[in-house]
Design a protein around this ligand. Structure first.
Ligand SMILES: Nc1ncnc2c1ncn2[C@@H]1O[C@H](COP(=O)(O)OP(=O)(O)OP(=O)(O)O)[C@@H](O)[C@H]1O
Ligand SMILES: [Mg+2]
Length: 259
C-alpha cells in the first residue's frame, strides 16, 4: 500500500451461513481495490453479485470473512464517523422529523453541543435544499426529498469517505439527475471534508458521467472482472465521449452475460 491511498481493500472474501440449510455460501472472493483522495469510484455489476455486501464492509457495518479493508492506513473493524453511507431505500427513521434524522449521527457522537448541532443541521438543510421541511416526517416527503435527507444525514458527520448504494435508483430520472448534479457541485466545490466517493449503480452512463474509475463485478462468488480508468477530467467530458464510453461498457456487459 502507498500512503496516498485512502481506502484499501485487500484480498477480501465474504461468506454467509445459510439460514435453513447448514452450509456456507461464498458471496465475494478475492476483492482488491484502492481508492485515492480526490477519486469518485463507481462499482457496477449484475444483481446479487455482492456489491452492497462489499459497500457494507467498507462502511464497517459488516466484516470480511478473510482479507482486510484499511482506511487511512488502519484496518476498519467497526463503523466510524469518518465514513458515511447513503442507502438505496433511504433508510430514514420514520419516527423522527427531517431535522432529527439529519442530527442523528451528530447527537450519537456526543462531540457537539446542542447549539453546534442545530447550526450544522441548519447549514445542511440550506445546502441540500430542504428549507421549510425541518419539522416534516419522512412519510410526508417525496422520494427525492427523502433521499436529500439521506444525503444530509450522511454529510452531517463531515465524512472523509462517502459510500453511495444506488442513491438515485429509487427516484424518477429528472429528480435523480438533479440530485446527482447537486452532489457533484458539492463535491467539486471542495468545501466539504469529503476526500473520495464510492458509488454502486446500475446506470452505466451515470457511472461514466461522474467517476474517475469504474469497477465491474461479475460471477458467483462475485469478483472484480474489469477496471475502466477515465482519464478526461469530469468537467471536460463531452456528451459524445460519455456516450461512446457508455456504449463500450454496455457491450462488455452484454458479452459478459452471454458467457
Ligand atoms: N446478511 C446476509 N445473509 C445471507 N446472505 C446474504 C446476506 N446479505 C447478502 N446476502 C446474499 O449475498 C448475495 C449478494 O447480495 P448483495 O446485496 O451484496 O448483492 P448486490 O450486488 O448488491 O445486488 P443488487 O444489485 O440486487 O442490489 C445475495 O445472494 C444475497 O442473498
Ligand atoms: Mg445491492
Amino acid at each position: 500500500m502507498t500512503n496516498s491511498e485512502l481506502l484499501n481493500v485487500k484480498h477480501v472474501s465474504k461468506k454467509f451461513e445459510h439460514a435453513e440449510k447448514s452450509g456456507i455460501r461464498p458471496v465475494l472472493t478475492d476483492i482488491n481495490l484502492a481508492v485515492k483522495p480526490g477519486q469518485f469510484i463507481s462499482i457496477i455489476g449484475p444483481s446479487g453479485v455482492g456489491k452492497s455486501t462489499l459497500l457494507r464492509m467498507m462502511a464497517g457495518i459488516s466484516r470480511p470473512s478473510t482479507g482486510t479493508i484499511d482506511f487511512a492506513g488502519r484496518q476498519i473493524v467497526k463503523p466510524s464517523q469518518r465514513i458515511s453511507m447513503v442507502f438505496q431505500n433511504f433508510a430514514l427513521f420514520p419516527w423522527l422529523t427531517v431535522q432529527k434524522n439529519i442530527a442523528f449521527g451528530l447527537e450519537n457522537s456526543r462531540k457537539h453541543n446542542q447549539g453546534q448541532i442545530q447550526q450544522k443541521v441548519r447549514d445542511l438543510i440550506n445546502l441540500i435544499g430542504l428549507k421549510g421541511l425541518e419539522a416534516a416526517y419522512p412519510y410526508e416527503l417525496s422520494g427525492g426529498m427523502k433521499q436529500r435527507v439521506g444525503f444530509a444525514r450522511a454529510l452531517a458527520v463531515d465524512p472523509e469517505l462517502l459510500l453511495l448504494d444506488e442513491p438515485f435508483s429509487a427516484l424518477d430520472v429528472l429528480t435523480g439527475e438533479q440530485l446527482s448534479s447537486d452532489l457533484m457541485t458539492l463535491w467539486r466545490q471542495g468545501d466539504l471534508n469529503m476526500k473520495a466517493l464510492v458509488m454502486i449503480t446500475h446506470n452505466i452512463s451515470e457511472a461514466v458521467r461522474l467517476s474517475n474509475v469504474i469497477y465491474v463485478m461479475n460471477g458467483s462468488p462475485g469478483t472484480l472482472v474489469r477496471v475502466y480508468r477515465l482519464k478526461t477530467p469530469v468537467e471536460q467530458r463531452t456528451a459524445s465521449q460519455i456516450m461512446r464510453k457508455t456504449l463500450e461498457i454496455t457491450q462488455y456487459f452484454k458479452q459478459m452475460n452471454r458467457r
